[in-house]
Design a protein around this ligand. Structure first.
Ligand code: PBE
Length: 576
């Protein structure tokens, strides 16, 4: 039976494409609103030296959950400062607080509405089921298109992921209020709102607070995922550690997340019934806290307005908010860009970590709206044929010169699969070859299809690679690659060629560090994406004694900062 595939994916694509354009104004309003709120929260949290917030949190924990936990709070936060994760922690706490605040503001009313109307509950429940079970990663994709990369799509995705418990528990809490109390309220002639605010909500508060607590914990569990689209903080530290296989950093950042989780959990759990409520009345304690927070926020906003006045509002920096759109944190290009920022003294600028796909989405969006954007770019890349782009001149040579891409295999492959070894060894092509595969993939072809098409059209070239190589008899070959457009193209092509020569090939997509480490420890057989001598020099030096370098498969690559032609600057110096 041959029934055509239902183009569900395409429908979603075009719907999202339509939304992106038709609702652009709304989305940029939301982006600015959330970005602005986050700035305010971050400013409040980072007022004065770290010890200010540490003491404030410690006092709050002592008040809500007794002094032993207060001591834990004090020590764990001091440890975070000592390990060097304080700034990241502030960013993470701010993100979690804001997502939590949004779930309260939006979730509790929806929960109340559900409790009051059966129909609403019937509609909302399946939506919540859907929101909770759809892998959170999936929300990130449209979120990038709507809100750009950075912290905002991360907050939105966390919010969608985290709001369900607040809605469910509010609904549950109100429905659990005993019938006779409601009847009594009715008998005394109370209005609907009196009933809600004087009877239902007060009785439901413990349940609602349990929901809020869960929402905040869920939001915290999203921080690593959110860092894939450029949200800063401890999540980004963890992602960077994975990307570079830095066990120590991963542990330190992970531990910091655990500490923050425990602190936030205890505070929210005991907020309603503080341990020392008899010593200081909760009303007084929380009013003082609220006043302090509000006061700091207002002073912060005023001070902020004063400082921004001095900056050149029309310069490229102001237009792009001093942000350079980067890619995977472990990519060599990111390291090079950080060096460049130092070399050129560009301390005002931030390099946003995310992924190649997010970077391209951001470029596409800016290009359509003819907005200024600066990205970390490399060639060969299809983006240069799809958009009018230029490299910014790099007079200090921070990005190194032209490079080659090497094929690297594990030790022992030559003995275990001599044919595969010699094909990988003889693999070599031109940037233009690679680009044509990349263009087909961007135009919607499956990578394996695009690879097959190129192989068919270039039989002579392929026969040079397979020349003299003995055919395999179904031996497994595992190639690792990172989801950079260049490496997707090359890995699929060489994978197909190996397959056509009798090997059982699996391609597995990993982060940069794991790509090198996998070949070094023999869990992968090879890879064709080592950019040398500059981009991957650190990984190469770490692993060079445990791998076999088969030399270049392509010459003439380039790395750098890239802007659309319509952006009015030409060199990195112009970013000053
Ligand atoms: N790249 C493409 C990679 C190598 C391949 C330039 C994004 C990197 O920076 O590590």
């Amino acid at each position: 039976m041959d029934i055509a595939k239902i183009p569900l994916g395409e429908w979603v694509d075009s719907f999202v494409a339509w939304l992106t354009v038709a609702w652009a104004g709304f989305f940029s309003f939301i982006t600015n609103l959330i970005g602005g709120l986050l700035d305010i929260i971050t400013n409040v949290l980072s007022v004065g030296p770290p010890i200010v917030l540490i003491l404030a949190l410690t006092l709050l924990v002592i008040y809500t959950s007794r002094w032993p936990l207060g001591i834990f709070t004090l020590l764990s936060l001091l440890l975070i400062v000592n390990l060097g994760y304080w700034d990241s922690s502030i960013e993470t706490i701010a993100i979690v607080l804001l997502s939590g605040l949004l779930t309260i503001i939006i979730g509790i009313p929806i929960g109340i509405w559900c409790a009051q109307r059966k129909t609403v509950q019937r509609i909302v429940t399946p939506i919540l089921d859907f929101m909770q079970t759809m892998p959170a990663f999936v929300y990130l994709i449209p979120a990038i298109l709507f809100f750009g990369i950075g912290v905002v799509p991360g907050i939105i995705a966390s919010f969608i992921f985290a709001i369900a418990p607040t809605i469910r528990m509010t609904n549950l809490g109100i429905q659990k209020v005993p019938e006779d109390l409601i009847e009594a309220a009715d008998a005394f002639g109370s209005t609907a709102s009196q009933k809600l605010f004087k009877v239902q909500l007060p009785l439901a508060t413990p349940t609602i607070m349990a929901g809020v607590n869960q929402s905040i914990m869920l939001a915290l569990s999203m921080v690593v995922t959110a860092s894939l689209v450029g949200a800063p903080g401890l999540g980004a530290d963890v992602y960077r550690a994975v990307s570079q296989i830095d066990v120590g950093q991963g542990f330190e950042a992970g531990l910091s997340i655990v500490f923050i989780a425990i602190i936030l959990d205890r505070i929210t759990q005991n907020l309603r019934n503080p341990a020392y409520r008899h010593v200081i009345k909760p009303k007084i304690a929380f009013s003082v806290l609220a006043l302090l927070v509000l006061g700091t926020a207002i002073v912060g906003v005023i001070a902020d307005n004063k400082t921004t006045v001095n900056k050149n509002a029309n310069g490229i920096g102001a237009q792009t908010e001093y942000e350079i759109v980067g890619i995977e944190p472990g990519a060599g290009l990111m390291e090079l860009t950080n060096t460049a920022l130092e070399d050129y003294g560009l301390d005002d600028w931030t390099l946003i970590e995310g992924s190649s796909a997010a970077m391209v989405a951001e470029l596409q969006k800016a290009y359509t709206n003819q907005e200024p954007i600066i990205i970390t770019g490399w060639s060969p890349h299809w983006m240069f044929s799809s958009f009018d782009l230029k490299y910014l001149k790099d007079s200090k040579g921070s990005f190194g010169g032209e490079e080659s891409i090497h094929s690297i295999v594990r030790k022992g492959l030559k003995q275990d699969a001599p044919g595969a070894y010699s094909i990988l060894d003889q693999f070599s092509w031109e940037p233009s070859d690679m680009e044509s595969v990349m263009v087909d993939i961007t135009d919607g072809m499956e990578p394996s299809e695009a690879a097959e098409k190129w192989i068919k059209a270039h039989a002579d070239k392929v026969s040079e690679w397979t020349n003299g190589a003995q055919s395999g008899s179904g031996e497994p070959i595992k190639l690792v690659f990172v989801a950079w457009d260049t490496e997707i193209a090359s890995t699929y092509v060489i994978g197909k060629v190996l397959e056509q020569n009798g090997y059982e090939v699996t391609l597995s997509q990993v982060e940069v560090g794991p790509m090198f480490a996998g070949v070094a420890n023999g869990s992968a057989d090879g890879m064709v994406g080592a950019w040398l001598p500059t981009t991957h020099v650190e990984y190469y030096n770490t692993y060079k004694n445990e791998v076999v370098d088969l030399g270049p498969n392509l010459h003439g690559t380039k790395n750098g900062l890239v802007v659309p032609e319509y952006v009015d600057i030409d060199s990195i110096e112009d970013l000053k």
